[in-house]
Every structure is written in C-alpha cells, then in structure tokens.
Design a protein around this ligand. Structure first.
Ligand SMILES: [Zn+2]
Ligand SMILES: [Zn+2]
Length: 131
C-alpha cells in the first residue's frame, strides 16, 4: 500500500514536470488519466497536495481561477494571460519578506500573499494584434 502511494505520488510529480507550464489539478489529472484510466481524481488531488506540503512542487493561487502547480521549487513570480488564462514565469528578482514591509496591516495577522502580473501572452498577441 505504501509502495502504491509512492508510485502514484511519483507519477503526479512526473506529470507536473512534464506539463511544464503550470498545470491546474484538472490538467494534471487529465494527462495521467490518458495512460492510467484507473487513477481517481481524488488520488491525483491528494498527491498534489502532499507534494506541495513536502515542498517538491509549489501551489500558485491564481485570483478568479483554479490553483496551478509549479515544479520549480525556487520562489519566483508569474504573469497570467488575460485572454487565454495561461500562467508563465516572469524573470524578476524575488523580493524576500514582503510581509515585513507592511507598515499597517489594520489588525490583520498576515499569513502570506500572492503576486501575479497580468497581461497578454506572446501567442495571444500574435493571434489578436494589440490595439
Ligand atoms: Zn494567452
Ligand atoms: Zn513558475
């Protein structure tokens, strides 16, 4: 049983790496289900969660959209395409301890933050010329 879990977990990790571009949980599941129709959605979701907790992948919380998963372990920023919803990495120095720069949190106990840039990806710029 432990072995089976490990195999499923490895499969999920491998698939996140293979899909590269920040897949959603559904995209990971659909990819795995192509070759492993017996695996359940719940199993995939649970393993994604486990991999996030162990730090092997990162969860990116995208406003107004499904969470995405990133096989890159280092902290970095993302940009979301407003047309197709694709999430890509942006190359920018990571700002450590942004939380500590808050001068007045109005009583909030800050537990984290998400910073996502938005714009139009290269593919969408080509299909629909910018105004
Ligand atoms: Zn796009
Ligand atoms: Zn990324």
């Amino acid at each position: 049983m432990i072995i089976r879990k490990t195999i499923q977990c490895a499969l999920v990790l491998e698939t996140v790496k293979k899909l590269m571009c920040h897949p959603t949980a559904d995209e990971v599941y659909n990819e795995i289900a192509k070759e492993n129709p017996n695996i359940s959605r719940t199993t995939v979701y649970r393993n994604l969660q486990r991999l996030c907790e162990s730090g092997e992948i990162q969860k990116i919380e995208v406003p107004d959209a499904a969470d995405r998963f990133d096989h890159t372990q280092s902290k970095h920023y993302h940009a979301k395409c407003l047309k197709c919803g694709k999430v890509s990495d942006v190359d920018m120095d990571y700002i450590p301890n942004v939380n500590e720069k808050i001068k007045n949190a109005n009583g909030f106990k800050i537990t984290g933050y998400e910073m996502i840039f938005k714009g139009v990806c290269p593919e969408c710029q080509n299909t629909q010329p910018a105004k």
